[in-house]
Design a binder for this molecule. Sequence first.
Ligand SMILES: CC(=O)CC(=O)C(=O)O
Ligand SMILES: [Mg+2]
Length: 219
Amino acid sequence: MTARNISQFWEWGRKIICVGRNYADHAKELKNAIPTEPVLFLKPPSAYVREGSPILVPPYTGNLHHEVELGVVIGKGGTAIPQAAAMEHVAGYALCLDMTARDIQDECKSRGLPWTLAKAFNTSCPVSDFIPKERIPDPANVQLWLKVNEQLRQSGSTSQMIFSIPYLISYISDFITLEEGDLILTGTPKGVSAVQEHDELQAGIQDVVTMSFRVDRQD
Ligand SMILES: CC(=O)CC(=O)C(=O)O
Ligand SMILES: [Mg+2]
């Protein structure tokens, strides 16, 4: 059996745990309350898409939004991980998009239903190459950006997060055991907006990584 390599964690079939409303400026732009505890939801591993393949607009949405986010790749699993030990469980990072069918999410919210079809569809998690932990020595202070057709839409620092990465790892692992290869999406800063078929998205983490994706309509 060939050994698995964490640098291809998206092929492992592990969980994607997403944190919502972790930036006050984004919570405000969507007129959501500032959370007092992390808001969590999941994407399946089938949500991953890599550069070279398109982001597909599901046929049931008319308002697909980009959300650029720092992803944290778990290298060592655990349950009830104390905050003080949380960073020992991190193998590295990835730049991610939390693609969101905003119209469907709004409808689900108003009807008290889960966000699954708004957040967990195929290609809803574009992901960059794996970034080893050493390349981002201070994940609490890196700049994320996203452009649509060369126009800057999102730019924000992870220093604006409401809940820190150690807090999130500890909080999540109290309820959901973390496993090697899991990915945590840590929330998006303000500037989310709609994308259309044929748009070109580019995103980056300051001088660490960039990635590009084309948007296509799903047949
Ligand atoms: C309202 C949202 O879609 C929450 C979310 O995903 C975020 O990043 O914030
Ligand atoms: Mg998000």
